[in-house]
Design a protein around this ligand. Structure first.
Ligand SMILES: [Zn+2]
Length: 323
């Protein structure tokens, strides 16, 4: 069971999630309830300045802990951010050093954003009560996080969790990473938009689908397909079933390897809901070896866009508990 946050007299936790354009933050009370939830702009070239600004805006004197999630390769051990496609101006910066300068004397924790979101779901959301979890975050790219026996798995050189780059078909569509047929090339929004355009040129294409493709040029996103899917458009259904099956291939392999209690699917694309998750669950039911594993729940994330900030706060509570 998730631990009850025991914070003693200094009972507020701060968690923040740094994205390319803004920093989402929360202040949690001892029961893990969100007392504050807001955001400030990210300065793309000044990590220390952004974190100092965060401390000013949050205004909590002596919180019990401060956690920071960041997109990219984050080392919880050294506190440094490595490669970060969304935040190139923050690469090689000392996140822990900046946090400690801004919130002096307070326990701190840093984590990759998907790992933090997973930890948030573990403590407060769709992963409550579990010990072993897999999270897949479907957005522009596809991120992943693994939790085994209640601990985040970061692996050698903090490289674990790149679920988006599991190869599903070496002859498949090109991926942003330079390879072909990665999960991301099917289920990331770039891959979904590519497939949406392809389907517009087939006999299957409905007038509504062709009109959507014509109306939205470069601003086409999976949200537009989800609207047509809700209206029962056959192409949208085909698109989400195809993508859901690809997701199911990846999830079935992960269940075979890790045997999690539950698999949590987050990110904007997951809002297509059962249209996307049902074909995924079917693949899991067919491709998982262990009989128990075939029924592994594949569920939508619950915490929404502040999941990583909440998870960062939970990680900071643990940092506080061991210092
Ligand atoms: Zn890839």
């Amino acid at each position: 069971m998730p631990k009850t946050l025991d914070l003693g007299s200094k009972n507020l936790l701060v968690g923040a999630d740094v994205g390319g354009t803004n920093v989402k933050y929360v202040v949690l009370d001892a029961a893990g309830r969100r007392q504050v939830q807001d955001s400030i702009p990210t300065d793309p070239s000044d990590p220390a300045g952004t974190i100092a600004r965060l401390a000013e805006v949050v205004g909590v004197r002596e919180p019990a802990g401060v956690g920071l999630a960041c997109a990219g390769i984050v080392s919880p051990a050294t506190g440094f951010l490595g490669r970060s496609p969304n935040l190139p101006g923050w690469e090689n910066s000392d996140l822990t050093g900046a946090l400690q300068a801004a919130f002096s004397g307070v326990p701190t924790a840093v984590a990759n954003d998907v790992n933090a979101a997973l930890y948030g779901e573990f403590h407060h959301g769709a992963g409550r009560g579990c010990r072993h979890l897999v999270m897949i975050a479907l957005g522009t790219g596809v991120g992943g996080g693994l939790l085994v026996d209640g601990k985040l798995v970061t692996g050698f050189a903090d490289g674990a969790g790149e679920i988006g780059h599991m190869t599903l078909d070496p002859e498949g569509p090109p991926c942003t990473c330079g390879n072909r047929g990665c999960l991301e090339s099917y289920c990331g929004s770039v891959g979904l938009v590519r497939r949406a355009r392809e389907l517009a040129g087939t006999d299957l294409a409905t007038d509504a689908w062709k009109a959507m493709i014509a109306e939205h040029g470069s601003d086409l996103t999976p949200r537009h397909f989800a609207e047509l899917a809700a209206a029962g458009d056959i192409v949208a259904t085909v698109l989400f079933v195809e993508a859901g099956r690809r997701l199911g291939q990846a999830v079935a392999s992960l269940v075979n390897v890790l045997a999690p209690d539950r698999v949590v699917i987050g990110g904007g694309v997951a809002q297509a809901g059962d249209l996307f998750l049902l074909p995924c669950r079917e693949l899991v039911a067919r491709h998982v070896m262990s009989e128990a594993g075939r029924g592994t729940p594949v569920v939508a994330a619950e915490l929404g866009p502040f999941a990583a900030a909440m998870g960062a706060a939970a990680l900071a509570a643990e940092a506080g508990a061991v210092t």
